[in-house]
Design a protein. Structure first.
Length: 67
């Protein structure tokens, strides 16, 4: 997954593609939290980036469902 997702790219994807992207982001977040808990994570700001990406994806899914 990229560091920061482009919102225009997300809007062009289907809901199924967004759900796949969301599940991979959540998996990455879990792995980052696990590494952070065991003091193996060097770049702790990556957790925040992934959380924001998850929020972006969830927002686009909600917008697409309402439309």
């Amino acid at each position: 997954m990229k560091n920061n997702l482009n919102v225009a790219e997300l809007k062009n994807k289907t809901i199924d593609q967004l759900k796949l992207e969301l599940s991979s982001a959540r998996k990455e977040l879990f792995e980052l939290r696990l590494k952070n808990a065991t003091n193996q994570l060097d770049n702790t700001s990556r957790i925040r980036q992934v959380r924001k990406n998850i929020a972006r994806i969830e927002t686009i899914i909600t917008i697409k469902k309402k439309a």
